[in-house]
Design a protein around this ligand. Structure first.
Ligand code: C5P
Length: 407
């Protein structure tokens, strides 16, 4: 289960750090490689020499190594890992992680990573029960961090209660369970490219052309796909939503930038284009604010934006296996969307009615029709989260079908 896995271990400063040495051994026995970041606090409890001897690789200390940092060492460390484990995780590192602080290597790695994180807390019982720690742990759980322990028992400080770090065997089991669960997730291993939100097409430095897209449906799909184990790159126009957990978010403003970001995100197994890309942009953007000088409104010459969905659907090389477009229509929804699927060259279209009698755009529910070459499937009105989950389930079925056909 752990063979070939790269588990980045962060050892922070607690007496339980000695158990991290045993943890390294057990993980390596199971075939994992274990690069280690030892914090300044951690190095008060275990030496970098013992850690390096057991890990079989150089230990990353707290100080930034300038040569490594010129190669973005902290990004590379988190990029190379399949999982980040913090053992022991002190109250302090949990608090700093929750606040997004990054003044040492360990917290910088934690802030820079999009990889799953498992924390094994270890601290005095009162620190564990303190409302600040409870709040930090609850926030981190919501952000997608997993926890193993702490256990009840006698503590090094002479007290009794929850706060003892989970035993190395328990941490190994939690790590194995993580990989087992990830392996079984319906979109495990699938690369997904997703666009969402509106685009802003500048007129001058202060004005732009935009639309009413909230990005909610696209963000819900990104979150659902990440929960289902996909490796999601979300290329988003300007929205006011929180980034979904576990997703690579690329922020863009214009359609041109969106297309460029999509091309950079390829290859992908699935591409979903839920963004409401502006159809037109100004032919020339004014460098200065256009003045209201009494001469009447300026004539805005427009040119067409690239059609991202069509461009990616028609790629000769590197076309994603499954391309899904969206069609927001105000009349003849099914007819228009069916024609659009063929015109754009995509495999599926998710069509919805955005005419005013359907309610305002940007709401929390959606009524969609899934159009494929097999016909039309009309789904009942449901929340955007439920639409996302159902779409993800359909994608998983389709990808499984492709995998079976390839066998
Ligand atoms: O052409 P129309 O905007 O109706 O098509 C909607 C679909 O095409 C959506 O999936 C949208 O994300 C995509 N699209 C695009 N680039 C454009 C216009 C639309 O990717 N320039």
């Amino acid at each position: 289960m752990l063979d070939g896995k790269r588990i980045l271990l962060i050892i922070s400063g607690g007496i339980a750090a000695y158990k991290a040495l045993e943890l390294i051994r057990r993980l390596r026995e199971r075939g994992a490689s274990v690069p280690v970041v030892l914090t300044a606090g951690g190095s008060n409890f275990v030496t970098s020499l013992s850690v390096a001897a057991l890990a079989g690789e150089t230990v990353h200390g707290d100080l930034f190594d300038l040569t490594r940092e010129s190669e973005m060492g902290h990004i590379q460390l988190s990029r190379d890992a399949d999982l980040i484990v913090i053992a022991p995780a002190t109250a302090d590192i949990l608090a700093r992680m929750n606040c997004g602080l990054a003044h040492d290597l360990a917290t910088t790695v934690l802030l820079a990573t999009d990889k799953p994180v498992l924390a094994a807390p270890a601290m005095n019982v009162r620190m564990w029960q303190h409302v600040a720690t409870r709040r930090n742990v609850a926030d981190l759980r919501r952000d997608g961090v997993s926890f193993v322990g702490p256990n009840d028992g006698d503590m090094a400080c002479g007290e009794f209660g929850p706060g003892r770090m989970a035993e190395p065997d328990e941490i190994v089991t939690a790590i194995e369970n993580h990989f087992q669960a990830t392996h079984e997730l319906p979109l495990a291993g699938a690369r997904m490219l997703l666009t969402a939100g509106p685009t802003h097409e500048p007129i001058d430095p202060v004005r732009y052309i935009a639309n009413r897209s909230s990005g909610k449906q696209g963000y819900a799909i990104a979150a659902a796909a990440a929960r289902a184990g996909a490796d999601v790159t979300l290329v988003s126009g300007p929205v006011t939503l929180d980034p979904p957990a576990g997703v690579n978010l690329v922020n863009v403003q214009t359609a041109d930038e969106m297309l460029e970001a999509c091309n950079r995100a390829l290859p992908a197994d699935v591409a979903i284009f839920s963004a409401a890309v502006a159809d037109w942009k100004t032919a020339a953007q004014s460098d200065n604010k256009i003045k209201k000088d009494g001469g009447g409104p300026p004539g805005l010459a427009l040119t067409e934006n690239p059609d991202i969905l069509r461009t990616i659907s028609c790629l000769e090389h590197g076309r994603p296996g499954l391309v899904v477009g969206f069609a927001a229509e105000t009349e003849n929804v099914l007819e228009n969307a069916t024609a659009k699927r063929l015109r754009k060259g995509c495999d599926w279209i998710v069509a919805n009615d955005v005419s005013p009698h359907q309610g305002v755009m940007g709401g929390d529910s959606n009524t969609v029709h899934l159009i494929s070459d097999g016909g039309v499937e009309s789904w009942p009105t449901m929340t955007k989260t439920d639409v996302a989950d159902r779409l993800v389930a359909r994608l998983a079925d389709a990808l499984r079908g492709v995998a079976n056909a390839a066998r």
